[in-house]
Design a protein around this ligand. Structure first.
Ligand code: HEC
Ligand code: HEC
Ligand code: HEC
Length: 484
């Protein structure tokens, strides 16, 4: 432990020296194009630009399970942004989570991942933000106000001591330049693990389950390890690169939720070489299997060749189920235009989904409306993304065009969402996948509370107990000293 602290101290000292070397430089506009690319790859705008707001002016709410955390204004404004920050102060915020005035940032700002950013990239990023971004002289109106004890920002110092130094980006010895670049893009700039690696009790990445799949705001960011069943082992490098660029891989997956944002704001702008470096690196990540999963999520349902053949066994079963439900229903036409009160999954599917995904679930031949079989969402081991896609829909701009599916959160209650999700999973996806109305209710509000929040009453109770014991002990010592 002392050794760790010593190493950390030494690291901070060296970082300090490196930072003061950086401070001497003035922003160099010639570096701005490189800085703009770093900003894209690191997806700074995704959080620091509010929907419809000015670039980098802040105000976007990151839905943390502990409450909303608002990203700040990082335009070069002198009164509301980072216009007065030196490069050393900027570097410290990005890599160590400490703002210019010394306050600690919450790890919602992914500094634990950015801690591995190279000096050259920080330098170029600073040049870009200071010289190319239009200053916005207004701080976001929303301010982060987490409840006690999370409002104590100094607690983050302890968090950093425990979790920050572990994430330094050091490529494996002997890694090829492509794999080293891929790892840098995945771990540092792309901070893929902030969603795809599960969190431990303290909301830090669980390094033992690196890229093995994590939960974010109700969505499940799937396993990206090379495991052929639970991970991306069965994807080709081209499929992965295409998915990152366009947001969809026909016959495998589509990007919604946080992944849609990563594609829209960041990944679709990356060079082909960088996307292939990411894909090659992911395929080299040691496999981590999900216990109990026996079949890749994208292999459920009929084969891709038969997907548009409406006259096959699977489509026939689905159409028969819909027909039967329709025959039993009282007023079919009314239900088609209004799903209020409809509880049957087949009718809900026919009314709300089949117009785009087709009654057979096959989607359209151009894949604009994707098939619901051979789809990692419907064949998944958890119902999260199926439910979230139904609730929130899909909205994404990729390199090859836009994708839009409406969300049904306002039209369907929890029971209806569960019914249509169960129908879809049973007919097109993993038949073992089921979801209850209660689970839908939980996903609607962003998924179950994290362990730290559930444990907090106990932790707090424990902390108070320790403090009381310490006071009691001190009091006894004082009394003993006084009495001769
Ligand atoms: C996943 C969301 C997210 C991404 C991506 C992100 N940030 Fe942040 N950033 C935040 C949040 C949230 C805060 C405020 C944290 C707080 O209040 O503790 C913040 C704070 C900051 C601050 C401190 C500003 C201040 O006024 O205190 C700087 C500087 C900053 N970010 C720069 C960047 C840069 C540069 C990038 C890209 C390399 C980036 N951020 C990417 C969410 C993000
Ligand atoms: C903000 C959270 C977030 C970040 C950051 C993120 N992802 Fe994702 N990713 C997701 C979610 C959620 C899904 C599931 C999307 C869906 O099914 O609609 C996903 C899906 C994927 C898939 C498809 C997997 C499958 O089995 O369907 C791949 C591949 C992927 N992400 C790669 C990456 C890479 C590489 C990065 C970093 C460059 C990254 N992601 C960054 C949240 C994220
Ligand atoms: C207006 C057309 C439309 C309707 C109606 C519609 N969808 Fe979609 N759906 C889409 C499009 C477009 C996509 C995304 C395609 C892409 O990303 O390339 C999509 C994607 C999906 C996905 C994959 C989501 C992911 O995260 O990967 C699922 C699952 C899905 N839809 C199920 C449904 C269900 C169930 C319903 C009915 C409750 C429904 N859709 C209604 C057009 C529609």
């Amino acid at each position: 432990m002392t050794n760790r602290i010593f190493r950390l101290g030494l690291g901070l000292l060296l970082a300090g020296l490196a930072s003061s070397a950086l401070a001497a430089a003035t922003p160099d506009a010639a570096l701005a194009p490189r800085g703009a690319y770093v900003a894209r790859a690191a997806d700074c705008a995704a959080c620091h630009t509010a929907p419809g707001g000015k670039p980098y002016a802040g105000g976007y709410a990151i839905a943390s399970p502990l409450g909303a955390i608002y990203a700040t204004n990082i335009t070069p404004s002198k009164n509301a942004g980072i216009g007065n920050w030196s490069e050393a102060q900027f570097a410290r915020a990005v890599r160590e989570g400490v703002a210019a005035d010394g306050h600690r940032l919450y790890p919602a700002m992914p500094y634990a991942e950015y801690s591995g950013m190279t000096d050259e990239d920080v330098h170029a990023l600073y040049a870009y933000l200071i010289t190319q971004v239009a200053p916005v002289d207004k701080a976001p109106t929303q301010r982060t106000q987490l409840g006690f004890p999370y409002n104590l920002r100094s607690l983050m110092a302890g968090w950093n001591l425990l979790f920050l130094d572990r994430q330094r980006n050091t490529p494996a010895a002997g890694a090829s330049p492509q794999l080293a670049r891929g790892r840098y893009l995945v771990d540092v700039l792309g901070h893929c693990g902030s969603c795809h690696t599960p969190r431990n009790l303290f909301m830090a990445s669980d390094r033992g389950a690196y890229l093995a799949g994590g939960d974010v705001d109700g969505w499940h960011a799937p396993n990206l390890t090379s495991d052929p069943v639970s991970g991306i082992g069965g994807w080709s490098e081209d499929e992965l690169a295409g998915f990152l660029r366009n947001g969809h891989a026909p016959g495998k997956a589509q990007a919604a939720g946080g992944m849609a944002e990563a594609v829209e704001h960041s990944l679709r702008y990356l060079s082909d070489d960088d996307l292939h470096a990411i894909a090659a690196y992911l395929k080299s990540v040691p496999a981590k299997a999900r216990p109990g999963q026996t079949q890749p999520a994208y292999t459920f349902g009929q084969t891709a060749e038969r997907a548009y053949d409406f006259d096959n066994a699977q489509s026939a079963t689905t159409l028969a189920a819909i027909g039967k439900a329709r025959a039993a229903a009282a007023d079919v036409e009314a239900q088609r235009s209004n799903v209020a009160g409809v509880t049957d999954g087949a009718i809900l599917f026919d009314s709300a989904c089949a117009s785009c995904h087709q009654p057979s679930g096959s989607g359209t031949a151009d894949h604009y409306y994707p098939s619901l079989f051979h789809n990692t969402v419907t064949g998944a081991a958890t119902p999260n993304n199926l439910v979230m896609a139904i609730l929130r829909g899909v909205s994404r701009q990729g390199a090859d065009g836009a994708a839009f599916m409406p969300g049904f959160a306002g039209d369907m209650d929890d029971g209806q969402v569960a019914a249509v999700a169960n129908f879809v999973a049973a007919h097109f996806g993993n038949p073992a996948l089921t979801v209850t109305a209660g689970e839908v209710a939980q996903l609607r509000v962003g998924g179950p509370a994290p362990a730290i929040q559930r444990a907090m009453p106990w932790l707090m109770g424990g902390a108070i107990l320790v403090v009381l014991l310490a006071i009691a002990l001190a009091a006894r010592l004082v009394r003993r000293k006084r009495s001769p």
